[in-house]
Write a protein that binds this ligand. Sequence first.
Ligand code: ATP
Length: 234
Amino acid sequence: MSLLSVSDLAAGYGPLEVLHGFDLEVNQGEIVVILGANGAGKTTTMRAISGMIPRRGRIEFDGQDISSSSPDSIVRLGIAQVPQGRGTFADLTVEDNMLAGAYVRRDEVQADVERWFDVFPRLRERRSQRAGSLSGGEQQMLAIARALMSRPRLLLCDEPSLGLAPLITQELFGVLKKLNAEEGLSILLVEQNANLALKVAHRVYLLDTGNVVSSGSAAELAADDSIRKAYLGS
Ligand code: ATP
């Protein structure tokens, strides 16, 4: 069943149109990856879905039209974004960052903090530490944990591997895969590392200068020679 359904999405910055009208879907329980070169419009797509920038076209979440909804009401409906560059509150502690992520709800907040500390034990050890003094990998984990605190049904994750060592990246993707398999969390993921992305994705969209140029199952895209050459380096 389609959880997120985007049709004819166009968006940009002032007079600059970056997305030129494409369709995209995330089904319930799927991990969908958007691949594309620098500047293809991946981050812009995430911002348009989460309501951070003006957009045209139709965006439906769980059957509800959110095309002109505010970022705040989109979070309340169940879409949480992990922005590129992490975007944690540097001066707040780890725990306060997580509490801030729960601003849309009141019940069982502390229990959820402990629950995500179980998933990210390194954050528990650093719960009183300033977020700004965490390592890059820890900050990325915190950004994800904070987003999860709103109890989303769809997690938008913008290049979580950016600037992280391969081992930390693998750990992070392992957590995303587990959240998907065990909690049924649907995930829309932007990623530059195509090899990595194809390992976790159910389906993939290939974005090129603001248009979807190819889409299909991860296996289908991995088997496509021209895509292999352009994005997988083999
Ligand atoms: P990357 O992989 O490098 O993060 P991307 O696919 O996420 O790239 P976007 O960040 O969506 O690409 O950018 C798409 C285009 O929109 C680029 O040409 C970029 O310069 C432009 N752009 C992005 N943000 C802004 C902004 N705030 N104001 C003006 N133009 C912007």
